[in-house]
Ligand binder design. Structure first.
Ligand code: DBV
Length: 252
């Protein structure tokens, strides 16, 4: 059973439909697909991690990491990083199934926290957020320091039934992604140099945080080793810093 495959299929189909200039984003060699076996005897499992990535004129990197390791290990981490000349939020989905249960994080993660930004990018999502609150209640504590990176429409929940993941969580994922791609369609490039600087700073802060605190680091290190994991995190999952330093080297 691969719980999150329909999510990934849906996302790729919607992106293809809605983004006219969608094209592949390079995945570093060795990271398109990684496989290993864990456990012994009856508990032996093959764990496969696949990567998927695209870009467009407005979206710097659209990428997914999909981990499939049997009934008690399924993960889809799907993030959209806008180009640095748009004030768009990040689309962030962390869909995690471990032996202990399901853990779902879905959000349009803000670059800024002022009222105007919330009005533009959170208020339109509030009705969607509220429509899921009853079935997908707040999932309880998560790291305080992460609060800076979430929006008022952060859907954070720990469903007890897998069926709820297949129904309501899947619907929420579809609604959030559709609404996000509407934002993308409407987005106009930012030209003000101060604003551009603020966007770059905020993107770097977010990506720096996510790379430093990636909750999957432990899992990937156990599965595939430290070297592979660090390269995957900094060279693919959260690669902005590397991409910028490569650009700087080219222009020197
Ligand atoms: N999380 C990632 C990436 C993953 C991933 C790139 C490719 O950012 C998976 C895989 N998340 C993942 C795994 C776990 C979590 C947990 C495997 C379980 C870790 C474990 O228990 O061993 C949101 N994800 C979590 C947790 C939070 C988030 C709060 C609980 C663990 C903790 O307290 O740290 N992920 C976190 C976050 C965003 C996100 C801030 C923003 C949307 O995607």
């Amino acid at each position: 059973m691969t719980l999150y495959q329909p999510f990934l299929d849906y996302a790729l189909a919607l992106l293809t439909e809605k983004i006219a200039d969608l094209s592949p984003y390079p995945i570093p060699v060795g990271f398109e697909r990684k496989e290993c076996t864990t456990g012994k005897g009856k508990r032996e499992e093959t764990v496969i991690t696949t990567s998927h990535a695209f870009k467009s004129s407005k979206l710097r990197q659209i990428r997914a990491a999909h981990v499939q390791g049997g009934n008690s290990l399924q993960v889809l981490n799907f993030v959209i990083f806008p180009q640095l000349n748009y004030d768009l939020p990040f689309f962030g989905a962390d869909l995690v199934t471990l032996p202990g249960g399901h853990l779902i994080a879905l959000d349009m993660q803000p670059l800024f926290h002022d009222a105007a930004y919330q009005q533009k990018y959170s208020d339109p999502i509030l009705p969607i957020f509220k429509s899921y609150q009853r079935d997908l209640p707040w999932g309880g504590d998560f790291p305080d320091e992460a609060k800076l990176f979430f929006s008022p429409v952060f859907l954070w929940t720990r469903p007890e039934k897998t069926e709820l993941v297949e129904t309501r969580v899947f619907e929420a994922f579809q609604d959030y992604l559709k609404a996000y791609l509407d934002f993308v369609a409407q987005a106009e490039p930012v030209t003000d140099s101060q604003r551009l600087e603020a966007i770059a700073e905020s993107q770097l802060r977010y990506i720096g945080y996510r790379a430093a605190k990636d909750p999957a680091r432990g899992m990937f290190t156990r599965l595939y080793g430290e070297e592979w994991t660090e390269e995957y995190i900094h060279g693919f999952l959260f690669d902005l810093e590397r991409q910028l330093s490569q650009l700087n080297q080219l222009s020197q």
